[in-house]
Design a protein around this ligand. Sequence first.
Ligand code: TPP
Ligand code: MG
Length: 368
Amino acid sequence: MSILAVKIFRNSDRMANIKTRSAASANGSKAKSTASSQKKKYTREQLDYWYEMMLRIRRLEEKAGQLYGQQKIRGFCHLYIGQEAVACGMETALRKDDAVITAYRDHGNALARGMSSRSVMAELYGKVTGCSAGMGGSMHMFSAEHHFYGGHGLVGQQIPLGAGLAFAFKYENTDRVAVSMFGDGAARQGALHEAFNLAMMWKLPVIFLCENNFYAMGTSVERSSNVTDIYKLGLAYDMPSRQVNGMDVFEMHEAISEAAAHCRSGKGPIFLEVLTYRYKGHSMSDPAKYRTKEELNAYKDQDPIIVLKKYLLENKYYTEAQLDAVEEKIMAEVQDCVEFAEQSPYPDPSQLYDLVYAEKDYPFVTEV
Ligand SMILES: Cc1ncc(C[n+]2csc(CCOP(=O)(O)OP(=O)(O)O)c2C)c(N)n1
Ligand SMILES: [Mg+2]
């Protein structure tokens, strides 16, 4: 396995423009890439987790896509397919009591944090057994128990919320870390600058993680700013900032391990621009005509699940038959969670306001 850099098509219409963007760090040196020799250090448990969890996310979302077509799942639905290595590589480098917050493309993070397939599928169905009692849907997966704080629909809103989680961790004198995830589109929001500024001022234990999948709906990174190396936005605040290959689960694990250690030691925030790619359209209603098949296929060639599978076979961690057994187990789990969601009831209309937060005596709320 030798993914040392992410290949990026700068201009999907001109294949000649294929550019290899080397991972770069704040001080200009090449970012560390995980050489295959280093990979030997990973535990069997980590390898099992990465393979199973990436497959779980992939298969559950493929099913969700089908169910959306059948109108069993309604509303918005943004699939994470292609980006699985980000959530899974990150998880093995974090502690369970660290916090993760992200945008609406959140099914993968919910599962990677350990939330059950049943609770995610039922939420997609809008059923009361879902993780948000069926009142959030695709964009609002949430579990305080798993320290997964959503699932947010307003582009960029979770950037300062993640800094707020880190503020609480510091205020309470813990060594917990918050990961505040957002897209390349969200990186253009003003809220990023306010959050970066205060996080640096107060040395908050927050990893700002931009999943640069190169598009914000149909708008490519090049069309939203002249600064296309998004990690450079952190440099204006003297924040340690660099790029990471998000198609490589090993590299993700390494980058988050380093970043979390930095935050835990009281040195303040870190900004990682994670280069990744979504295989599907922005949401279910997007035919993704703004990019070419060649561009898509070039990323599929680096597919994190296929690459890991090859590694597991070559290094004799698994036989083909054992990998097939994992696939069967996941397929059965997906089938089970669909049946569970189908059979679960919708929330009762009387519950509509139960999860809406309002302070009755708040000064601006007056009873009429
Ligand atoms: C404040 C705000 N403005 C606009 C939108 C509409 N919108 C939804 S998703 C999106 C694109 C965001 O892209 P990016 O941050 O790159 O995340 P990705 O979808 O690629 O994961 C936009 C503009 C919104 N939800 N919120
Ligand atoms: Mg994007």
